[in-house]
Design a protein around this ligand. Structure first.
Ligand SMILES: [Zn+2]
Length: 385
């Protein structure tokens, strides 16, 4: 008889596929993954589950069923030898598994972690979760210069908050307008920590933050895919549509999030800079129109944050190279409204100069540097438009 290890993911953001107990302290956990509405582009890099019944004996967990496809190219997998899952015994303090606790089987396309539990119960995830309670703490900050509205409702009826931050005593007509959108893809929790850190910095008493609120209107969406974040999805909305494609074709029925946010963005008037935040496994970059705004944004990011990519800014795809229904938000805003619209990717695997993966604290601190970088970048745009 095996002493049972019990795996559960029936909580907010939870996700796990088929679970097998191979031996007393050996579990095989398939990653559930998510495919789009046409059962294509399966991506399997979100897992968040709890294990009960642990003893102090070393435990082995194999992560399987990792292969899917990306942009219709089969065979890709986001979980690789460089993946370092996070774990927590209290869902407050999260740590990455260390290099010597993780191994990779290339032939089986399987990641394994081995560790000696410090408690009978542990939570494991791909990256540190950022949940509704985290967002609630942010939107409930009391500040004269913060206004919270609902910009959209998700397919499953969840509210998607928009935080508007600006000096309430200065007329908006005299300010530049900056949009920051995080978490179009549910697994990319690091982007919500960046948005959270950005908001907290902007609302701080730092003199530079006061000046930024005087000169700019910041509009921030910390969780775009509210359903995916709550339901443990990976990349597609509840109807199976990629929230960072479809910006040229979105309709209110299948893609209510894109449809409502796109309308709000288009009706908001002046826009000096738009930035969509994303996570990748192993690379940082900024993509968009290569101009003086992009140059200043990247220069400032290198000075103010741990952003690391020699090749940025990388040029936005040519209009003619983008198939119908495949436009990202920054491509759409640039090609249809001539906005300085960018996408920024931040890696979750080991950061070469940090010598470890970015933590939630690193992403949050990045947000403060991002605020300074955005303010620097829009200062290169010419006055009112
Ligand atoms: Zn993304």
């Amino acid at each position: 008889m095996l002493a049972a290890l019990v795996v559960a993911a029936n909580f907010e953001g939870g996700s796990v596929g088929k679970v097998e107990q191979v031996a007393a302290n050996h579990l095989r956990c398939a990653v559930r993954g998510q495919a789009d509405a046409n059962q294509r582009n399966r991506q399997a890099n979100w897992y968040f589950f709890r294990i009960d019944g642990l003893t102090r004996e070393q435990v082995r967990i194999d992560f399987t069923d990792l292969v899917g496809e990306y942009n219709f190219k089969p065979g890709s997998h986001a979980v690789t030898a460089g993946t370092r899952p996070v774990y927590s015994y209290d869902r407050k303090t999260w740590r990455h598994f260390a290099d010597d606790q993780v191994s990779w089987d290339e032939r089986a396309t399987m990641l394994t972690v081995r560790f000696r539990p410090e408690s009978g119960q542990v939570w494991i995830a791909h990256t540190q979760p950022y949940l509704r309670a985290d967002l609630k703490r942010l939107v409930e900050l009391r500040h004269r210069d913060l206004r919270v509205t609902t910009i959209a409702r998700s397919a499953h009826g969840r509210e998607i908050p928009l935080l508007t931050i600006t000096d309430a005593a200065v007329a908006d007509e005299d300010k530049r307008s900056i949009w920051v959108m995080a978490r179009q893809h549910a697994w990319e929790t690091g982007t919500s920590y960046v948005a959270d850190g950005l908001v907290r910095f902007l609302l701080s008493d730092a003199e530079s933050a006061r000046q930024m609120r005087k000169g700019n209107v910041f509009r921030v969406i910390p969780i775009f895919d509210a359903d995916g974040a709550a339901e443990g999805a990976v990349r597609f909305n509840a109807n199976g549509y990629d929230n960072n494609r479809n910006w040229d074709t979105a309709d209110a029925q299948r893609m209510p999030e894109i449809f409502a946010v796109r309308r709000a963005v288009e009706q908001a008037g002046r826009m000096d800079l738009f930035l969509a935040l994303h996570n990748t496994e192993s690379v940082d970059y900024v993509d968009g129109p290569v101009d003086e705004v992009a140059a200043e944004l990247v220069r400032a990011l290198r000075a103010e944050t741990d952003f690391l990519d020699a090749a940025s800014p990388r040029a936005v795809a040519r209009r003619g190279a983008i198939d119908a229904g495949r436009m990202t938000v920054n491509q759409y805003l640039y090609y249809t409204h001539s906005v300085h619209a960018y996408l920024m990717e931040l890696r979750v695997e080991r950061h070469p100069t940090l010598g470890r993966p970015r933590t939630a604290g690193d992403f949050s601190a990045f947000g403060g540097g991002l605020a300074r970088s955005l303010a620097a970048a829009v200062s290169t745009t010419g006055g009112r438009r």
